[in-house]
Design a protein around this ligand. Structure first.
Ligand code: TXA
Ligand code: MG
Length: 353
């Protein structure tokens, strides 16, 4: 590489673009960076992850450093085959085995009791470990080539919306990491469902593309842990501000007609005060605003999920004084995850009848 000379002064991120038949070569280089303790961002079906050797404490510590991640927020360990779970987790119940068979590879993270081999820095000293087998050929090939499980949070700076393209990763982390594999935009667009299997009753700690009902069908009783009151947070990550645009954001929740009316009124009020308004809209609520991003039709939960974080990043970069977001989205499945992320991003939530 021509950049080698200045390498010692400043880290230079390599961008590996997957195209045609270069995947094997890319995976060789990226796998070797992981083995040497480096950081590689890579696509999964949910969002881009920032990967390091999950069993190498120094490498994992660097993830926390470059993301600015609170030191008590543990990482998900990504595996390349179902069997690999037994190397890092124990007490895997028959029910859990069933879920593994059904949902892996896929957007379901499961929390098990951890084996000693997983360093404290990866789990933040918890005696549990979060594990997921991603459903993406690049991610799977990378884990296999690295020959080690890969710890990977979303590849954003802490508090920013998760990255759904390699460009988002470059914007947030730039030359603080060693490489990003650009495999194009991700398919799902919100992070995996997190399911705690170490409690008496299994609990969904973070909603995602796999819904509560999908899990209940196979497990029986499952509760949600993400509506818990402050102070009783079970998943450390849930207590931090997330996905937040720097711009003040107001979310309007309720039935679609009422939401549309309130949005129109709020936009008028703010513009009357000479404030610039950004609207995170659905096709049903798009209208007057200074800047607008349309997530899709309100009933198209999957389409909305796939554009959500791009929309938040877009409006945040448009120099508006306020972002008004449409919360009248259908939320049977992944829409529930979208609403969860919107609530976390919002500075204020207004419920209209
Ligand atoms: O889709 C995803 O899950 C993406 C891709 C890259 O796989 N990853 C991701 O990681 O979203 P991250 O670090 O942004 O979110 C992990 C969540 C956090 O809320 C964290 O607190 C929780 O999982 N978590 C991790 N280990 C845990 C544990 N042992 N117990 C409870 N929660 C845990
Ligand atoms: Mg994250």
């Amino acid at each position: 590489m021509g950049s080698q000379e200045i390498h010692e002064m400043k880290n230079i991120m390599q961008i590996f673009r997957v195209s045609g038949d270069n995947l094997e070569e890319i995976i060789k280089k990226a796998g070797s960076i992981i083995r040497q303790g480096g950081l590689v961002a890579f696509p999964t079906e949910t969002v881009y992850g920032l990967g390091a050797d999950a069993l190498n404490p120094e490498a994992v510590a660097r993830i926390f450093q470059v993301k600015g991640r609170p030191p008590d927020n543990p990482l998900i360990v990504h595996i390349g085959s179902k069997e690999q779970v037994h190397g890092i987790a124990k007490d895997i119940s028959p029910a859990a085995r069933k879920l593994i068979d059904i949902f892996w590879p896929g957007p379901l993270t499961m929390i098990f009791r951890r084996k000693e081999i997983v360093p404290d820095v990866t789990t933040c000293g918890l005696d549990t470990v979060a594990v997921r087998m991603p459903d993406h050929p690049v991610a799977l090939a990378l884990i296999k080539e690295a020959g080690t499980p890969i710890a990977a949070p979303s590849a954003n700076r802490s508090g920013r919306p998760s990255p759904t393209t390699a460009d988002h990763v470059v914007q947030d982390l730039g030359d603080t990491i060693d490489a990003v594999i650009d495999g194009g935009p991700v398919r799902i667009g919100v992070e995996s469902t997190v399911l705690d299997l170490t409690s008496d009753v299994p609990a969904v700690l973070r909603p995602g593309n796999i819904g509560l009902e999908d899990i209940q069908k196979h497990l029986g009783r499952v509760i949600t842990g993400y509506h818990e009151l402050p102070g009783t947070v079970r998943s450390p990550g849930m207590k931090y501000t997330h996905y937040s645009p720097e711009t003040r954001m107001v979310l309007i929740e309720g039935e679609s007609r009422a939401v549309a009316d309130r949005i129109r009124k709020l936009v008028m009020d703010h513009r009357g005060q000479k404030l610039r308004v950004g609207l995170l809209a659905t096709e049903e609520t798009c209208g007057e605003a200074d800047e607008m991003f349309i997530l899709g039709r309100r009933n198209d939960e999957e389409g909305v999920a796939s554009t959500l974080f791009t929309g938040l990043r877009y409006l945040d970069a448009r120099n508006v004084d306020i972002i008004i977001a449409d919360g009248s989205l259908k939320h049977d499945r992944v829409g529930e995850a979208v609403l969860d992320r919107l609530k976390k991003a919002a500075d204020e939530i207004i419920r209209v009848p």
